[in-house]
Design a binder for this molecule. Sequence first.
Ligand SMILES: [Zn+2]
Ligand SMILES: [Zn+2]
Length: 384
Amino acid sequence: MSQDFYEILGVSRDASEDEIKEAYREKAREYHPDVSDDPDAEEKFKQAKKAKEVLTDEEKRQMYDQMGHERFEQAEKRGGAGGGGGRGGMGGDPFGGGAGGFDMQDIFDQFFGGGGRGGRGGNRRRQGQDLQTRLEIDLEEAYEGATKQLNVTRPEACDDCDGAGHPPGADSETCPECNGQGQTTQVQQTPMGRVQQTTTCRRCDGEGTLYDETCSTCRGNGVVQNDAILEVEIPAGIADGQTLRMEREGAPGEHGGPNGDLLIQVSVQDHPDFERDGDDLQHQQAISFPQAVFGDTITVPTLDGEVEVDVPSGTQSGEVFRLEGKGMPRLRRRGRGDLYVQVQVVTPDSLNAEQKEALEQFAEAGGEEVDVEEGFFEKLKNSL
Ligand SMILES: [Zn+2]
Ligand SMILES: [Zn+2]
């Protein structure tokens, strides 16, 4: 009986590709037939090579993990996965899939409404789910970039049982339902003939093992909800509605798989002084009638402090002045947008007597007849 590939290489089931390659190099050095005295060296060398080939191929490794060693070997002998088969090497693969006979699963799914590839197979390493959250920042923070603290309540691997769902010392037995395979097989009659459907064992939830104790902290889930405080780097120039991805800060993976990611949707608050248009900003600036007429140097706010702007004589209300490079930084690029300052000539709603007289004279000097109506209280005052 041949040995489990992970055992052959002496690596854990969640070993990374690099770890597997490194383990293989070691075994290869040890058992290379040219150097080893071991009578079985050649066989061991071959096995290590085979184990490396399967475990460093993502697709084959998934199958291997799902099927278990024996079934994988058998399937391979029939010309399915890897080895002699392989991608496109089979010639007449009727299902057009890369992995030979295993695409039969798609047909099973059609008949049995299976939950797709993710739904079966107990002990497969699986990446945790991505989680989503929101973060609100103000325009200044979007301008400067910022480090923000983010409080999230998220599932994390239970500390007390290390995510296993049972205390480390719990007694265990092989699941009698699936004989430790983590999967059960049913034979069903379909229009295509008899087909076997393999599903995750319900009794042991695909673990292949039953434990006589359950972790009380996580009630056997292996996962608990924890509050976490994370530091998020907000890049300068981020726009409202953009999403930041914090890798591996999502839900924990299963069976040693990596965590999912945390997706942070950023919303940027409106600013009282500036309206944003992509990387550009717009600002409305009030000026007086004399400033518009004679021209003036006015002070305009920017996100980088106040600047002085020369308004030329004869400026019209609504005219726009462009301040180059005073807009938002471009996200992860060089340069900045511009700031567009639109001036609004303000019509005063109250004038003192002197201003009033001056303005009447101004109008008359221009040949204008202005019929100045007295207000009710002014009439009253004047009549006294
Ligand atoms: Zn079972
Ligand atoms: Zn636990």
